[in-house]
Design a protein around this ligand. Sequence first.
Ligand SMILES: *Cc1c(COP(=O)(O)O)cnc(C)c1O
Length: 512
Amino acid sequence: MIYLDHAATTPLDPAALQAMLPWLQGEVGNPASDHAWGHAARAAVERARGQVAELLGAQPEEIVWTSGATESNNLAIKGALEFRGLRGAHLVTARTEHKSVVDSVRQLESQGLRVSWLKPDAQGLITVEQVLAALAPDTALVSLMWVNNETGTINPVEALAPRLRERGILFHVDAVQAAGKLPIDLSRTPIDLLSLSAHKLYGPQGVGALFVRKRPRARLSPQLHGGGHEQGMRSGTLPTHQIAGFGEACRVAGERLAEEGARLAALRDHLQQRLQQVLPGLHLNGHPQDRVPGILNLSFEGVEGESLRASLGDLAVSSGSACSSATREPSYVLRALGRDDELAGASLRFSLGRGTTAAEVDRAAARVIEAVETLRRIAGAGSAVPVTPPVNAHGYPAAVWAAFSRPVHAADLGEAAVTATAGSPAGALRLRLQAQLQGGRIARAAFQAYGCPVTLAVGEWLAGWLEGRRPGELHLSAADLRTALEIGDDKAQCALLGEDAVLALERQMSLA
Ligand SMILES: *Cc1c(COP(=O)(O)O)cnc(C)c1O
């Protein structure tokens, strides 16, 4: 298993684990309790608060604990707007923000907030001028992420902050992908609210923080009501073990920031060069220079996203599409950069981390190159498919997997063969069947296909099924295909495509 998905979550740092252990075994005490046990827990929490503040160049009393950055973003945006009042309020944000920002803003928009949704340039960047141009007299808040989690592009938040301060506009920054990767100094950068998540910087999952500036004071309405913890901004018993781990993770991140950044940038560039040397038709998603060291996002021409993902086996990366059933949902971030659905769907985000080695990067590159070349050949760029069957990591039915991972019939039989195509040539699904007739029987059949693994499996299975049959005996329904390959309802359209292709082939043979 090669883990290149550190932008999704990182492994726990050993030092962070050590800081957590006492609070998981042996120690007991609510940090809010007024006795020795409580005081000890409180001390651990305050130590961690200092460590988080230190990483940001902030004061400890400006750190508010939360359950993660989703909560921090909700608290910052809803809290600030609720405090100010929604009536006549305007907010500026970008289409490329994390869902937890986008959906918090949408929620307020549905209640009457006016919102300017900025569109990034083709590299995913939002410029200072763009933000300033969107401001209105009643703009209450600008929310802009420091680093985009999909592309790694760095927004110019440091240049923007003083311009917003001059105008008295609150500035919230989702810094989840920047903290521990880029130097942050809030003593010099007048950001008012800043969100962090522990599990993106080698701390535990389920804990985060919101920096809330004291001078000038950023005012928030609490979103959770209860015991009045965290200066009334966020009620709830503090999870001492999580917080202790988070603090320690910040300390380690600060220590390693410069050295780790240089190492990851070199590995990332190596991965990009290796892929670009071998594979034509690659598109970089993100800014070529202004991006964090560990993230590389590429779109691959001529391959379908779900099949690409399925071919990667033991390589853990993120892909640009949440592809399920009839609805394909290519990444809204890549769509905002101007990528079409196909390229947005056929994208991979490699995010490297502290444990990533040069050997892993080379193995990952080799795996991706093999997958892309294989899928391009199956889609029609040539014959003879060399395949190393990867792991069925996404749980496709065994029959689908067998056909998808060992497509011995993927070939182009040339002009002499009877050829039929089904699907939309420009669309996400295409299946071509070919048959060579000899003595009234199909002596050899082949397929080419562009689509999800089930589509490719249908092509492979059909080519095998066709061989040896007579043109008059090609009776096969989508239901037969679904039974043979254990195809579920969500992929019924792949079976229909197979049925169409067989019908088309029959027609061609009767004409021939
Ligand atoms: C992961 C992430 C979040 C959400 O953080 P959680 O702690 O998992 O809720 C918010 N913003 C960005 C940019 C992220 O990458």
